[in-house]
Design a protein around this ligand. Structure first.
Ligand SMILES: [Zn+2]
Length: 259
């Protein structure tokens, strides 16, 4: 199936380019990028052996996601000062998730460190666990600073009432993997996706997809938001399970800001 393979490679490259984490290889049109999945021979247990550039998936000691079992409450952690603005809705099904690319939609200031929102995407169930339990879904809000350092804010999503902020996203999810699709006349403001309280768990980790690069700062909001059973099902029809298993904490500490 030559055609299918071409499509897979195209969309993998598109996915990493949009993520920005592996833009070097994508820009060079790396046709050798292996096809990874969430199960089987190309599943998470094999990512580290699939390609030299994926080695960190197997060897890294600060990998994400994690199960947050204990966290040290600290009073002096900075607040997450979000300043998101409305941005045109651009949505892509990249073969691993549904991702919304943000051109100019503000960002977050953490202490005196400013990050710009680049994209957000979904996993089901949530990759991160709290005391062993995943949420039904999670939205990963991926931010980048001027030097290219990533900070991901995870918004846990549990089944409940319809999520108005994500209505347009769920209604426009591309069914098959393909190029970025701009939804005419619709804007998204990620501020509306945030929960009322902004307390978080913080730790240092990695991308949860190959190449699993480390040096990513994680902020998992403690308060979940809700989405309806129908909305969650809309995503699960496309991706039944796209969560990497939890990784060892090793020498890391998790700290918590109440809120
Ligand atoms: Zn993610």
């Amino acid at each position: 199936m030559k055609l299918n393979r071409r499509i897979v490679l195209c969309c993998f490259a598109a996915g990493v380019a949009a993520n920005g984490a592996w833009a070097g290889d994508a820009a060079q049109g790396n046709a050798q990028a292996p096809h990874w999945e969430y199960a089987g021979h190309h599943g998470p247990a094999h990512w580290g052996e699939m390609h030299k550039d994926f080695e960190t998936c197997g060897l890294g000691k600060h990998q994400s996601p994690i199960d947050i079992r204990t966290a040290e409450k600290k009073a002096d952690l900075p607040e997450l000062a979000f300043d998101y603005t409305a941005s045109p809705l651009k949505i892509v099904n990249n073969g691993h998730t549904v991702q919304i690319n943000i051109g100019d939609g503000g960002g977050v200031k953490i202490g005196d460190h400013a990050y710009k929102l680049a994209q957000f995407h979904f996993h089901t169930p949530s990759e991160e666990r709290i005391k062993g339990k995943p949420a039904d879904m999670v939205a990963h809000l991926v931010h980048k600073d001027e030097a290219g350092k990533l900070a991901v804010v995870a918004v846990l999503i549990k089944q409940g009432k319809e999520n108005a902020a994500l209505k347009a996203v769920f209604e426009n999810m591309p069914v098959g993997a393909g190029p970025v699709h701009a939804v005419e006349g619709l804007n998204i403001n990620v501020a509306n996706l945030l929960p009322a309280k902004r307390g978080y768990y913080h730790f240092e980790g990695s991308l949860t997809t190959p190449p699993c690069s480390e040096g990513v700062s994680w902020y998992v909001l403690s308060m979940p938001v809700e989405a309806s059973a129908a909305q969650i099902k809309t995503f699960q029809k496309l991706y039944k399970h796209n969560a990497r298993p939890v990784q060892p904490l090793n020498d890391r500490a998790v700290v918590e800001r109440a809120g």
